[in-house]
Design a protein around this ligand. Structure first.
Ligand code: GDP
Ligand code: IMO
Ligand code: MG
Length: 436
């Protein structure tokens, strides 16, 4: 048995949570491999809405074991809160969650540094979620990070905190004129998580590899998305991890030859929270219409999302980079609200057409989209259960994407509810699709 990866093809919030929730239907494990609680993944089951930030969406499916991989940065306060909130809603989160001992911790000084830096950047700020993600990954790479396992060895914990704070406190006091952090208070607080974390801490990579050897299904839940990837995204307006497919192997501890299906998730249009180039962004009434119809406000920060048309050069680039084998197209119902649908099929940069997705930051900032127009369908499609149920114009739109991107669409979502989607988009359906 192999791994199915679900990842975002744009700037996040594509609906990865709900796609994972559906595929978790016949998976045994759901794993996070990158990012932290900067993610906000929504799963709607009947009247209930779950917003997961750190714990994989698989938690909403009974019996699924969820893992937080070594490549994730873990804020223990968020972890404890999320476990508690899910348990209050009847899910046995504590028993079905495993956290890798190699994962790095997000600590209060990372969160403060994230905010202080963003403030200092003023107009050039990245628009981060201020969860401390960047500073935590920096410490990991700089080899001054504190790991989940350090909570279980007070001596190592204190030594690492002292090492990390030596430079940090000097930055807080001298650069930002803020209070320094004390090792004692931090250590005490971290040690208090021992009881909760004790039964959860595992070598999650080894656990997943053994599960694969036993023939069990593993689902990788991408967070953030490919255009926010630290290497391949719209740098510097990106996150500090690798949400793209390469991040799976290093962030979850599974070898590349185990990855079989890569489901790339894209909205039927595009959104972005935070700053940075967005060639197809809309600033008119259509943006308002789409934002209202799609309820485009951030799951993590509540910020109004920037809205624009689907950007094919971007999606072709990210689909190719990730070796996407299947597409999931989400929020198609939202486009019922507009009269005409546009898709960007290429760019012009300073008057000349360009091939593909620009590598240069200034070219992307100057890119003017070339659009292809589609007739709107203007009717409610939220009850569609098969492709044939869709109005002709909506079906043509989906088929156009399939043809242009060159991979089959294995799922189209037409509403936020678990069952508001077209196709049997379980693993078995994907496998049948792949064999056809
Ligand atoms: P993620 O971060 O990729 O998991 O996506 P988010 O949960 O942040 O954002 C997706 C939003 O769209 C959530 O509010 C979902 O409930 C909602 N959503 C997902 N699929 C659909 C859909 O097909 N139609 C509509 N109208 N909303 C959807
Ligand atoms: P999900 O998993 C959308 C964006 C932030 C900012 C940039 C860097 O729900 O799709 P960070 O806090 O990571 O240092 O911020 O990345 N960002 C997201 N945007 N969805 C997300 O996650 C995001 N996670 C980070 O808005 O622009
Ligand atoms: Mg989200």
């Amino acid at each position: 048995m192999s791994v199915t990866v679900v990842l975002g093809l744009a700037w996040g919030d594509e609906g990865k949570g709900r796609v994972c929730d559906a595929l978790a239907n016949d998976a045994r494990y759901v794993a996070r491999y990158s990012g932290g609680n900067n993610a906000g993944h929504t799963v709607r089951v009947g009247d209930e809405e779950f917003k997961l930030h750190l714990i994989p969406s698989g938690m909403v499916r009974e019996g699924v074991i969820c893992t937080i991989g070594n490549g994730v940065v873990v804020d223990p306060e968020v972890l404890a809160r999320e476990v508690r909130e899910l348990e209050e809603r009847g899910l046995d989160a504590r028993n079905r969650l495993k956290v890798d001992g190699r994962a790095h911790l997000i600590l209060p000084y990372h969160i403060r540094l994230d905010s202080s830096r963003e403030k200092a950047l003023g107009d050039s700020s990245i628009g981060t979620t201020k969860c401390g993600i960047g500073p935590a990954y920096e410490d990991k790479v700089a080899r001054v990070g504190v790991r989940v396992q350090d909570i279980f060895n007070e001596k190592i914990l204190r030594a690492k905190l002292e090492g990390a704070l030596r430079e940090k406190n000097s930055i807080f006091t001298n650069v930002y004129h803020e209070e320094p952090f004390e090792v004692d208070g931090l250590a005490e607080r971290l040690l208090s998580f021992k009881e909760l974390l004790g039964p959860m801490v595992t070598d999650t990579g080894a656990m997943l590899r053994e599960a694969l050897d036993r023939g069990e299904r593993v689902l990788m839940e991408g967070a953030q998305a490919t255009l926010l990837d630290n290497d391949f995204g719209t740098y510097p307006f990106v996150t500090s991890s690798n949400p793209s497919v390469g991040g799976v192997c290093v962030g979850a501890g599974v070898p590349p030859n185990r990855l079989e299906n890569v489901v790339g998730v894209t909205k039927a249009y595009t959104t972005r929270v935070g700053d940075g180039a967005f060639p197809t962004e809309l600033h008119d009434g259509v943006a308002e219409t789409i934002r209202d119809a799609g309820n485009e406000y951030g799951t993590t920060t509540g910020r109004a999302r920037r809205v624009g048309w689907l950007d094919l050069p971007a999606i072709k680039y990210t689909a190719s980079l990730n070796g996407v084998t299947h597409l999931a197209v989400t929020l198609l119902d939202v486009l019922s609200a507009v009269e005409e649908v546009k898709v960007c099929v290429g760019y012009e940069v300073r008057g000349a057409p360009v091939e593909g997705y620009p590598m240069y930051q200034d070219a992307l900032e100057d890119a003017k989209p070339i659009y292809e127009m589609f007739a709107g369908w203007g009717e409610d499609i939220t009850g569609s259960k098969t492709r044939e149920d869709l109005p002709g114009a909506a079906r043509e739109f989906v088929e156009f994407l399939e043809k242009e991107i060159g991979v089959p669409v294995c799922m189209v979502s037409v509403g936020p509810e678990r069952d508001q989607a077209i196709f049997e988009w379980t693993h078995s359906a994907i496998e049948e699709f792949s064999e056809a």
